[in-house]
Design a binder for this molecule. Structure first.
Ligand SMILES: [Zn+2]
Length: 355
């Protein structure tokens, strides 16, 4: 079954983890044998090769670089200009993947239709499609840079990531969107970008809902009902997004799937975290919506974690092909399963991408 993944930090893996994503996952693991600089070394789950094996022919691929103001202890760049330059390096990698015939940017309706058709007819020889998204807007030095990014193909943007940002407060921080955040949202509306609500803290989330009227999705978010943390959406937030015709992508970061995960201590085996926990989150959104039209897949695999913090029944991203069977076991019909695996996000893009 064709799969759409709404959140992958592919260029971050290429540029900061030094992973050649054209290789099979097993080859990348071999190259990282003995490395200890990051907890997920040798435990990666994503490569373009594995995406192909899993029939993941279209994804949202990010640019991501945080600017940290003095006093902010999170890792990040010390000026917005450095953060911008980092995202430009990441874009250069996507462009090189396009030149190599590995990936193709999808930035409008026409390209979307053409890509889906090409993949259906000859997926062996069709590059993997990607919609360019920015996770955390700190690298947008001023609003003129948003136009620059749009011209480079940017089609979705999340104002915040972790901690306090320039335009909004993100995960594990508390605060509103302020004047800068409101100006950013106006510009997002003006450019008809897709707003990604993921990572907004509660206050910034609700203040955004007060002023923003454009297209909105949440690329990688799970439900607070199962793991009570500010990174997760409450039922009220999920309902608000559903009322705005959003699609919410379900993530596969283990700590967001089972409660009381302790980083570096809990393991997939000790907690029993599995793809069934994703099914639980998917089903909850469907129950809130009363249909299967507002939930999708946004795995975040290799988003700073690997096998050590992934479902125990997943070895590579190709294992996403196990999800349709699990949904079927839960009683989901074929049409609902296809909605969840790709069609909801595709319909969203058909409606919201430029012509
Ligand atoms: Zn994220």
């Amino acid at each position: 079954m064709f799969i759409f993944d709404a959140h992958l930090d592919l260029s971050m893996n290429a540029m900061e983890w030094n992973r050649d994503l054209t290789l099979p996952v097993s080859e990348i693991r071999k190259k990282e044998k003995g490395m200890v600089d990051k907890p997920d070394r040798g435990k990666n789950t994503v490569s373009l090769d594995a995406m192909r094996k899993g029939n993941i022919g279209l994804c949202v691929a990010t640019q991501i670089a945080r600017y940290v103001k003095p006093g902010n202890k999170l890792p990040g760049w010390h000026s917005p200009q450095q953060a911008w330059a980092q995202t430009q390096g990441q874009l250069a990698w996507y462009k090189a993947m396009e030149d190599a015939g590995e990936m193709i940017q999808v930035s409008n309706k026409k390209e979307l239709t053409a890509h889906l058709k090409a993949w259906k007819n000859d997926k062996e020889n069709t590059p993997i499609g990607y919609i360019l998204s920015l996770e955390g807007a700190d690298s947008i030095i001023d609003l003129s840079y948003l136009q620059k990014s749009y011209d480079q193909g940017l089609r979705a943007i999340g104002p915040a990531h972790y901690g306090p940002g320039t335009y909004a407060f993100g995960t594990d921080s508390i605060g509103g969107i302020g004047k800068k955040g409101k100006e950013l949202l106006k510009e997002i509306e003006g450019l008809r970008l897709i707003l990604d609500a993921t990572h907004l803290c509660d206050q910034s989330f609700w203040e955004t809902m007060d002023v923003y009227e454009g297209a909105i999705w949440a690329s990688h978010n799970n439900c607070r009902k199962f793991v009570d943390h500010n990174r997760q959406f409450s039922d009220d937030q999920l309902k608000e997004l559903i009322n705005r015709n959003a699609v919410i992508g379900m993530a596969l970061d283990a700590w967001m799937m089972v409660p009381n995960w302790v980083r570096g201590k809990s393991t997939p085996e000790s907690t029993g975290v599995s793809l069934l926990h994703m099914i639980q989150n998917i089903d909850h959104v469907c129950q809130l919506a009363g249909n299967s039209l507002h939930v999708g897949i946004g795995t975040d695999l290799d988003g700073g974690f690997g096998l050590e913090q992934s479902p125990k029944d997943l070895d590579t991203i190709a294992d996403l092909q196990k999800i349709p069977g699990l949904l079927k076991d839960k009683g989901y019909r074929k049409e609902d399963i296809e909605n969840i695996m790709s069609n909801n996000f595709i319909r969203f893009l058909e409606k919201n991408l430029p012509n």
